[in-house]
Write a protein that binds this ligand. Structure first.
Ligand code: MTE
Length: 315
């Protein structure tokens, strides 16, 4: 563990009662996978890409000038439940994630459905976006992502007039992910956005951070980043994108719709049912050292998306 854990909310409190993954079960599932690999039963997953530099990206006018967290901090304290519910599990276990070959299927209400190889997506003109990341658990970081606007994918597949929402489906690899063998969430981890939120210039598909391809624990080889929403809206390791007519049912809504609504915009005025959202711990601090900002400080750009909606409601 690179960052000492603040006296924070436990995963047992985040996940609904009854589905919390007990540590012993997880450790035994993770151990069984490791044994399988050691015995040659399963091919070890290659993390060959990790650490590779990304070149030729441009700096973005949308970046914050706030002090950034270090790569060690951002890659050492993660939520990626497919690899365990403890913050130190993903840095340990996500090395096994198989990131090659990797494709992203884009389908649904589009004129030109397509399957993109990751190599093709990596060739897009990349930008560095230094964004605040605010987790629903009341901690935050500042991370220099590298990626491209999601709307560029959308323009290639041409959504039809029926496309009102976008569903993001993330990888489910039982052979590398000990967490998906246990009923913590209804796997695969699915997230969704309204189409105008997805098309907003701040919504990016990220393939890297800190000048390098994404570490596996941060969602390699490609993830979503939606900076004005709680971090759980930014799905990691995306394999399928569906343009749909109806609001998707997300994994967290299925787990606990009272606590994790579809919109989940950062809002200091709306407490989580079990803790306040007024302040946050900017890691590596142990203490609430920041006031949480409405829309995580991106209100000038995104507030218009919610004109006429009651922001106090979870939706
Ligand atoms: N994506 C998947 N597939 N599985 C997850 O458990 N956790 C989410 C989000 N994306 C999660 C996920 C949560 S709760 C947060 S706060 C962010 O990823 C954390 O991203 P980071 O580890 O890169 O900081």
């Amino acid at each position: 563990m690179l960052i000492k854990r603040p006296s924070e909310i436990l995963p047992s409190e985040i996940t609904p009662h009854g589905t919390y993954l007990r540590r012993r079960e997880f450790v035994s599932a993770a151990g069984a996978l490791a044994l399988g690999v050691a015995a040659g039963i399963r091919a070890p997953a290659a993390a060959a890409q990790e650490g590779r530099k990304i070149k030729g990206f441009i700096k973005s006018k949308f970046s914050t000038t706030e002090k950034m967290n270090s790569l060690k901090e951002a890659a050492g304290y993660n939520n990626f439940y497919e690899f365990g519910t403890d913050k130190s599990d993903p840095p340990l276990y996500a090395k096994r994630l198989k990131t090659q070959p990797w494709t992203v299927v884009v389908e649904g209400e589009v004129a030109k459905p397509r399957t993109f190889g990751i190599e093709e997506l990596m060739k897009m003109q990349m930008e560095e976006r230094i964004y605040r990341l605010r987790c629903v658990e009341a901690w935050s970081m500042v991370i220099p992502w590298i990626g491209f606007e999601f709307n560029r994918i959308a323009r290639l597949v041409e959504p039809t007039s029926k496309a009102k929402f976008v569903e993001f489906v993330t990888a489910q690899q039982p052979e590398t992910m000990p967490g998906v063998r246990l009923p913590v969430l209804d796997w695969p981890y699915i997230e969704g956005l309204r189409i105008d939120e997805a098309m907003h210039p701040l919504t990016i598909m990220s393939t890297g951070m800190y000048d390098e391809v994404l570490p596996n624990q941060n969602g390699a080889p490609i993830r979503l980043v939606v900076p004005w929403k709680y971090g759980f809206k930014s799905g990691k390791s995306i394999v399928r994108i569906r343009f749909v007519e109806k609001q998707p049912r997300t994994a967290w809504e299925k787990a606990n719709s009272q606590e994790y609504g579809f919109y989940s915009n950062v809002n200091p005025e709306v407490d989580h049912p079990r803790w306040s959202q007024r302040t946050e711990k900017r890691l590596p601090s142990f203490f609430a050292n920041h006031k949480t900002q409405l829309f995580n400080g991106y209100g000038d750009q995104v507030a218009g998306l919610y004109a006429g909606m009651d922001l106090r409601k979870l939706y």
